[in-house]
Design a protein around this ligand. Structure first.
Ligand SMILES: Cc1cc2nc3c(=O)[nH]c(=O)nc-3n(C[C@H](O)[C@H](O)[C@H](O)COP(=O)(O)OP(=O)(O)OC[C@H]3O[C@@H](n4cnc5c(N)ncnc54)[C@H](O)[C@@H]3O)c2cc1C
Length: 442
């Protein structure tokens, strides 16, 4: 089966280089402003003071460029997902947030040091500087609340204000740049700034409108059935063809009164090409996922697919090793279901760790899959039974004894388990480049 929406690794690498080059060009162009269109504040500065002020302005302009990029990164743009994977896009968004804060601290320090502490720009005459100070405080608030989100707030409350505050920050910073320095009274910097802000606004509108159109494409709930005490299986029927690769995920949203309407990411556990039905296995892990177990009606929409955690995104499907813990089995299940339709399936080893036997909800399906996939081996690990076995280096050495070091390894489960498994595999001689993992948190 073909997946035209996926890019080849070569195309992904070329596009990554192009994106990086584009960001660098924007940063370089921004750096030229304080030198080519020198503001009057620089005329009266000499020597080190002038250099510090110029560098401070460059740092501020870099922060602005990265802030505009930050908005683009948060728009769930499909092309960025196909190049980097949405989880990595969000990770870059996170790191970029810290980088912006560092640059703004440098900007504020370098701009204030040459002025001297006694000449702080206080008073209404300096309103653009005061706007800048407000933006600085807002930025600190946004970065700290994102960093300590889990400890401070529930995800959906945090999410509700994080995005609007980001937009407000962009507006405030643009006003600050435009009025704080007379460099931006010159035609070129002024219109380039208008152009950049215009592009960002258009991108927001474009992706918002596309998203709202998608929200009108309701899926039908075929069934919601509990499969264990805390996992439900949901089948949704698509109103039109929905193409995805095995292992990819989508954002599920239900409108109605029974459940809050924010979108949540879930792996599509079904295999593409079966029929128009998408299946999701959802485990209770918070308030929204608890509500879904008692959902009887609602109008679901599906936004996606996203992600690169699929053997289909790599050039060759060599021998495959799947290591899953708990609900992290869902991408592996989708891939196994898809591979079972192949005429020449690869050798696959599946290691699945659960806490108790009662959490095993796929035994019958795996028994059936082994009939169509004779080269599939399964190994189940129960961490709270059988003397508390775990996925350790010793266990992996035993299970992977006959596996080629070129095998492609997919890991999904709690962060700690993924990290320790990856470290063990690297120590056993597997290349980091052949180990792929999916975090169930964005
Ligand atoms: C790529 C991916 C695939 C996933 N696949 C599955 C799956 O197949 N089955 C399954 O049971 N779970 C899956 N999850 C996890 C699932 O998305 C969360 O368990 C669920 O969103 C928790 O929501 P909650 O409100 O019940 O819990 P909360 O207690 O509110 O949230 C728990 C954590 O889930 C994450 N989260 C919560 N809401 C959102 C949101 N709206 N958007 C993004 N992240 C959010 C946050 O990291 C949060 O800290 C997946 C997550 C990701 C990122």
């Amino acid at each position: 089966m073909q997946f035209p929406h996926l890019y080849s690794p070569y195309k992904r690498n070329v596009l990554k280089v192009l994106i990086l080059a584009l960001v660098l060009v924007c940063l370089i162009c921004a750096s030229t402003v304080p030198f080519l269109w020198e503001s009057k504040s620089l005329w009266y500065k000499l020597g080190i003071d002038k250099t510090l002020l110029q560098l401070g302005k460059v740092a501020g302009l870099w922060a602005a460029v990265l802030l505009y990029l930050q908005i683009i990164l948060a728009l769930k743009i499909k092309i960025l997902d196909r190049i980097l994977g949405l989880d990595r896009v969000y990770y870059i968004h996170q790191l970029n947030g810290y980088l912006i804060l560092c640059l703004v601290v440098i900007h504020v320090s370098l701009v204030l040091i040459p002025e001297g502490i006694n000449n702080l720009p206080i008073g209404w005459k300096f309103w653009p500087e005061i706007v800048g100070a407000a933006a600085f405080l807002l930025l600190i608030g946004i970065v700290i609340s994102a960093r300590f989100r889990r400890a401070l707030l529930s995800y959906h409350v945090w999410r509700r204000f994080h995005r609007p505050l980001g937009y407000i920050l962009v507006v405030i910073i643009s006003i600050h740049i435009l009025y704080v320095s007379d460099s931006f009274e010159n035609t070129v910097p002024k219109y380039v700034l208008f152009g950049v802000v215009g592009c960002v606004v258009l991108a927001i509108l474009w992706f918002k409108i596309k998203y709202l159109i998608n929200l009108r494409r309701y899926f039908d709930i075929e069934e919601i059935v509990p499969v264990t005490d805390d996992i439900v299986s949901i089948h949704l029927t698509s109103p039109q063809p929905f193409s995805y690769a095995p292992g990819q995920f989508a954002f599920l949203r239900f409108s109605g009164h029974q459940i809050s309407s924010e979108p949540h990411p879930f792996t599509i556990a079904s295999a593409p090409g079966y029929n128009d039905t998408l299946q999701f296995y959802i485990k209770k892990s918070g308030d929204w996922t608890a509500d879904i177990t008692s959902l009887s009606q609602g109008s679901p929409t599906v936004h996606g697919p996203f992600g690169l955690f699929s053997y289909k995104t790599r050039s060759t499907a060599k021998d495959l090793i799947f290591i899953a813990a708990g609900i992290g089995i869902t991408p592996m299940l989708s891939m196994l279901r898809e591979i079972s339709q192949h005429s020449n399936p690869p050798e696959i080893l599946l290691i699945w760790s659960m806490r108790y036997h009662t959490e095993m909800f796929l035994e019958r399906e795996f028994t059936e899959l082994r009939k169509t996939l004779p080269k599939l081996t399964t190994s189940y690990v129960y961490t709270r039974e059988d003397g508390g076995k775990r996925i350790t280096k010793e266990l992996l050495e035993k299970l992977l004894m006959e596996k080629s070091k070129d095998s492609h390894i997919y890991i999904c489960g709690p962060e700690r388990m993924m990290k320790s498994s990856r470290d063990a595999l690297v120590a056993m001689g597997y290349s980091k480049n052949n180990i792929f993992w999916e975090r169930f948190a964005l």
